[in-house]
Design a binder for this molecule. Structure first.
Ligand SMILES: *[C@@H]1O[C@H](CO)[C@@H](O)[C@H](O)[C@H]1NC(C)=O
Ligand SMILES: *[C@@H]1O[C@H](CO)[C@@H](O)[C@H](O)[C@H]1NC(C)=O
Ligand SMILES: *[C@@H]1O[C@H](CO)[C@@H](O)[C@H](O)[C@H]1NC(C)=O
Ligand SMILES: *[C@@H]1O[C@H](CO)[C@@H](O)[C@H](O)[C@H]1NC(C)=O
Ligand SMILES: *[C@@H]1O[C@H](CO)[C@@H](O)[C@H](O)[C@H]1NC(C)=O
Length: 384
């Protein structure tokens, strides 16, 4: 008796479970079928939600798509595309909006593309005659002329390694009219400035990086390598070339390395400099990324990242944004051959350590000069 009951109970439980399982699978199937089509809709909702709750400056770019949407041809497309699916979609959405809109946020629709800005200062002819081995893209601001002067005289000197073509470009957005006139003069003297007409702010740093990569893709696609760095970073260009890049030749098609950060978490406190609300980026972890203080990529990868930037949702942390683009394209970051090469903090100076590193961060212009000069006269101290 008891045996029978046991069997009966088990099979009854089993059948209930089966029914539940089959039901869930069916639901999941139907749901997954509709998800790709609802993605855009989620993104729209996310945007609207963000608009209501959060300071507008975080998503200033919403002004751009808004303009696009006024155009009749872009407005028509989504409607005809939605067709009949929409009623069922609506049904699904109404129940799930709270959670799913947010989860859909990291990537998303055409609403979140990076608009194109106009070059105010450009150097389109640099690569007509030479194909550089390395392009240095240095993020800087108008009032950092001292930094630029120091870099020109030190690690940014384009003839730092005999026989190797290096191109140095400072990247800027726009500020005041006076600053821009000064920049134009500086540009006509050195021809190492590129500038687009976006406002030069911290939250627009991603625009600056993408501008640099666009420049590479458009005017210098044949370059072997590109390095993105900042004006307060010391770069041992010679060691970068001899230790890291030359041994890689011929350049791998898609190569990316730098100070690798794994398992980074978004800062959720609004007092952090790197605050990212869930509405902007919802996942608990960032993908592996390389600190924006200095990363190196193959020239061919620039165009790939620029293409991805048309599809990857904007986040103002430029190094995270680039990592999201790489993830979108399925490209893995290569860890540097030695951990001490790239540093996102200030390494205490000694000729021995600086002869064997590629980046050190938080360096003032006068330090750039003294470090560089000291290294020139101590080239082989602990060097090779
Ligand atoms: C879809 O359904 C709507 C009504 O909700 C109807 O007007 C329309 O003709 C249908 N479209 C197609 C392609 O069947
Ligand atoms: C760059 O390096 C070359 C070769 O060492 C040197 O002749 C030139 O003066 C340097 N340029 C600047 C701006 O310091
Ligand atoms: C970024 O640049 C755009 C274009 O100039 C500007 O409208 C926007 O206010 C800037 N965003 C921030 C946060 O500074
Ligand atoms: C930060 O968040 C707290 C609580 O969540 C809120 O009271 C405060 O106004 C926020 N500050 C800013 C600058 O948004
Ligand atoms: C990026 O897109 C452009 C235009 O669609 C295309 O010509 C180019 O090959 C793409 N680049 C890469 C690396 O896929």
């Amino acid at each position: 008796m008891t045996r029978y009951r046991k069997y009966f109970l088990i099979s009854r439980r089993c059948s209930l479970m089966c029914i539940f399982l089959i039901g869930s699978i069916c639901f999941l199937g139907i749901y997954l079928f509709f998800v790709p089509k609802t993605f855009n809709y989620f993104a729209v909702l996310a945007k609207i939600k963000v608009k209501e709750n959060i300071d507008l400056s975080l998503i200033e770019r919403s002004t751009f798509p808004a303009k696009e949407y006024d155009k009749p041809e872009t407005a028509k497309k989504p409607i005809s595309f939605k067709s009949n699916v929409s009623s069922f979609k609506q049904f699904l959405l109404n129940r799930k909006v709270g959670e799913l809109t947010v989860n859909a946020a990291p990537f998303a629709s055409e609403l979140d593309y990076i608009p194109s800005f106009r070059f105010v200062i450009n150097e389109r002819d640099i690569c007509n005659e030479i194909t550089p081995f390395l392009i240095l893209l240095i993020a800087t601001k108008a009032d950092e002329k001292q930094h630029r002067e120091a870099i020109r005289k030190t690690w940014g000197n384009e003839s730092v390694v005999p026989g190797i073509k290096v191109v140095r470009l400072f990247m800027l957005g726009v500020n005041s009219k006076e600053q821009n006139e000064a920049l134009l003069r500086e540009s006509s003297q050195y021809h190492d400035i590129i500038q687009q007409d976006f406002l030069d702010t911290y939250k627009n740093l991603t625009l600056k990086t993408i501008m640099g990569l666009k420049w590479v893709a458009a005017y210098c696609g044949g370059a072997n390598f590109v390095m993105k760095t900042d004006s307060d970073v010391f770069v041992n260009t010679e060691y970068l070339i001899q230790r890291l890049l030359r041994p890689l030749m011929p350049p791998p098609q898609y190569y990316f390395t730098g100070y690798l950060v794994r398992n980074g978490q978004p800062h959720r406190s609004n007092e952090s400099k790197w605050y990212v609300p869930k509405e902007i980026y919802s996942a608990e972890r960032y993908p592996d990324f390389c600190s924006g203080t200095g990363y190196v990529l193959s020239g061919a990868l620039a165009s790939k990242i620029v293409n991805a930037s048309l599809k990857v949702k904007y986040i103002y942390l430029e190094d995270i944004y680039v990592a999201l683009c790489l993830e979108h394209e399925g490209i893995d970051i290569v860890p540097p051959p030695e951990n001490y090469l790239f540093n996102s903090y200030k390494v205490p100076f000694s000729p021995c350590t600086y002869n064997r590193l590629i980046t050190s961060h938080g360096i003032y212009p006068d330090e750039q000069i003294t470090y560089w000069e000291t290294l020139q006269s101590n080239k082989y101290v602990c060097g090779k």
